[in-house]
Design a binder for this molecule. Structure first.
Ligand SMILES: Cc1cc2nc3c(=O)[nH]c(=O)nc-3n(C[C@H](O)[C@H](O)[C@H](O)COP(=O)(O)O)c2cc1C
Length: 312
């Protein structure tokens, strides 16, 4: 029997597989037991009621999908009164994804979530920072440090920080989050992308641009997971295009301690269970006593890994 537990700081998960924010909803509990998952991760919530982006909000592209859902939210009060009681019935730890337009608003939001039944906060800092240049906080090391410091002062809960792959230097942003007190990094959100309908000449999303997810992003995000895990001391949770156990293994070899499954759940609602069962089978086949021993086990020692700017 393989020990499937992994530790994200002080939080021990029974296995390394959990949903990606925004791709997981209550209704899935009719299909399988949420207690099989390593953790539960909510759709991002905001302090106030928010609408979403113009429609159409999703479209399929080769090997993935684009979405510009935005962050429609019923607000923190609604979450605490209605959504949290539902999730409290499960033993898997609940991670609440939260977003806000300023560092102070982020701090105020996470302070309100320090309640029984919430095991960790996932700060979705891939949203515009309206006080500075309007870029997502996670685009720059400086704005990342500011927002993470503000949240760190506001909560004792484990603080996971979700990065954007749209920054030019993800390792610098990862170090800034680590230095400011993050307990873990989630690498990463969607890649900014666009698709145009060649019959109508119109963008295929109402918001013109959106985020690419699914198998297409996996090699990019595996690379970022590797770069981040090499440069920070805290655990990295890999997220991007994971649909099979082999995808999860690849992320763990690159340095991830745990993984999140998003778009694959839309294709197959039980995809997370496939990944969990497949990971256990993989470990048995390889004779591994602990799934955690995969983390960072990529055999890169004899390669010139310090040359991260690869020229082709
Ligand atoms: C329809 C949809 C909605 C999403 N909503 C959120 C969200 O609310 N908060 C967030 O941090 N990420 C959100 N994401 C991004 C995912 O959590 C994940 O980072 C991304 O899709 C990459 O993983 P995947 O390739 O496994 O889907 C969303 C993705 C999709 C496809």
């Amino acid at each position: 029997m393989t020990d499937m537990r992994v530790a994200i700081g002080d939080l021990v998960l029974q296995n390394p597989v959990m949903p990606a924010s925004g791709t997981f909803a209550d209704g899935l509990s009719q299909l399988f037991s949420f207690d099989r998952l390593g953790a539960l991760v909510t759709k991002t919530i905001t302090a106030e009621l928010r609408g979403g982006n113009p429609t159409p909000r999703v479209c399929e592209v080769g090997q993935g999908m684009l979405n510009s859902i935005g962050i429609p939210s019923q607000g923190i009060d609604h979450f605490l009164d209605h959504t949290l009681p539902f999730y409290r019935q499960f033993s898997a730890p609940l991670v609440v994804s939260v977003s806000a337009p300023t560092a102070e608003a982020f701090a105020a939001a996470v302070a309100r979530l320090d309640v029984a039944g919430i095991a960790a906060i996932e700060a979705n800092i891939s949203c515009p920072n309206i006080e500075e240049d309007g870029h997502a906080f996670a685009m720059h090391a400086r704005s990342t440090a500011r927002v993470v410091e503000a949240m760190r002062r506001a909560t004792r809960l484990p603080l996971w920080v979700k990065l954007t792959p749209n920054t030019g230097d993800v390792a610098a942003v990862a170090r800034a989050a680590d230095g400011a007190g993050a307990d873990a990094l989630v690498v990463a959100n969607t890649i900014l992308a666009m698709s145009i309908d060649t019959e109508t000449f119109r963008p295929r999303l109402g918001n013109i641009m959106g985020g690419l997810s699914g198998p297409a992003v996996k090699p990019v995000i595996v690379r970022m997971t590797y770069q981040c895990a090499k440069t920070v001391r805290i655990p990295v949770i890999g997220c991007g295009g994971i649909a099979t156990a082999e995808d999860a293994v690849e992320y763990m070899l690159a340095g991830a301690t745990a993984v999140q499954v998003g778009t694959a759940t839309f294709v197959k609602p039980t995809a997370m269970l496939t990944v969990i069962d497949g990971l256990a089978a993989f470990c048995r086949r390889k004779g591994l006593a602990r799934v955690a021993s995969l983390t960072g086990a990529v055999r890169d020692h004899d390669l010139a890994v310090e040359t991260l700017e690869v020229v082709s």
